[in-house]
Design a protein around this ligand. Structure first.
Ligand SMILES: [Zn+2]
Ligand SMILES: [Zn+2]
Length: 292
């Protein structure tokens, strides 16, 4: 008896989906709703009880005279729902999808369509769960980069079964600082961020960064770089090496003359350059439509 999934079950055991034409889940079988603080995925009511395992999640099959038992493939959707909830996408982005970004981008907004058609689309098509390349979305504030990053996270989880952790950069630093001040030292959180298969960082480089915070970022990115793990990010800063320019108001993002190298250090920047594809997201300010 093994707990491994039975991957070669007959076609009728294909992964569970929702009812075709379901108005709530559009046939995907899951919904993403704004929960308390974070977006929460759940099974849509249209998903029928699995005829193979009766909803128990385990099946047994006779093969070459032996009785094999394992997890039913209907669990795949349940697992992905769990993975999405583990990713911790903020509640305000619960409805963000790539399709929504396309819909929000006006047809004549060529820069946004380019970002999708020449940047994000080819990156997603080439996505290899065994050798995933990173992605950095950069461009001015309000062009929908966060929306796009959430949409990508959703696709990676539900289409590829990827394990992704989504973090807002300034919140992440706050959480780490809290853990350290509780005396947790080299925290479990830091290890989790360094070791999660895919880390999605929203607003990389934002905020007033202390030397301690820069060292933390350096450590996370270095560990991910050395282990060849996939890192995704959005940033409002130009993806260029440090210029040394100082901003009087460090909280200023829009119109800042600082580059990503100035913000996170040249070492982190050059590692990201190696690990990730960079896609410019420009065009019309979408804040009234999408936020972020
Ligand atoms: Zn449904
Ligand atoms: Zn089943």
């Amino acid at each position: 008896m093994s707990d491994a999934p039975l991957t070669t079950l007959p076609p009728e055991a294909a992964p569970v989906k929702g009812a075709q034409g379901c108005p709530r889940c559009k046939g995907h079988g899951y919904l993403v709703l704004a929960g308390a603080g974070q977006a929460r995925a759940e099974l849509c009511a249209c998903v029928p009880t699995c005829p193979r395992c009766g909803g128990v999640g385990r099946v047994s099959v006779q093969r070459e005279g032996a009785l094999l038992s394992g997890r039913c493939r209907c669990r795949q959707l349940h697992d992905r729902i769990d993975h999405f909830n583990w990713a911790q996408v903020p509640a305000r982005h619960a409805e963000a999808t790539i399709a929504g970004f396309v819909h929000g981008a006006l047809q004549h907004d060529k820069e946004k369509l380019d970002a999708l058609q020449k940047g994000v689309g080819p990156w997603l098509d080439a996505f290899d769960p065994l050798k995933p390349r990173g992605l950095v979305l950069h461009g001015p504030v309000g062009r929908g980069k966060t929306h796009l990053l959430v949409g990508i996270t959703r696709d990676l989880v539900f289409k590829h079964g990827a394990i992704v952790r989504f973090v807002e950069f300034s919140r992440l630093l706050g959480q780490l600082k809290e853990a350290y001040s509780r005396g947790e030292g080299d925290t479990a959180l830091l290890t989790e961020l360094a070791e999660v298969p895919i880390l999605a960082i929203d607003e990389l480089g934002k905020g007033r960064l202390t030397d301690w915070e820069l060292a933390i970022i350096d450590e996370i990115i270095s560990r991910r770089y050395n282990a060849m793990r996939c890192t995704l990010a959005t940033t409002n800063y130009e993806p260029k090496p440090a210029t040394g320019v100082r901003e009087v108001n460090l909280a200023m993002v829009e119109g800042s003359r600082q580059t990503l190298g100035d913000r996170v250090g040249d070492r982190v920047f050059s590692r990201l350059r190696e690990m990730a594809s960079f896609v410019y997201v420009g065009g019309i300010d979408m804040r009234p439509v999408l936020g972020g």
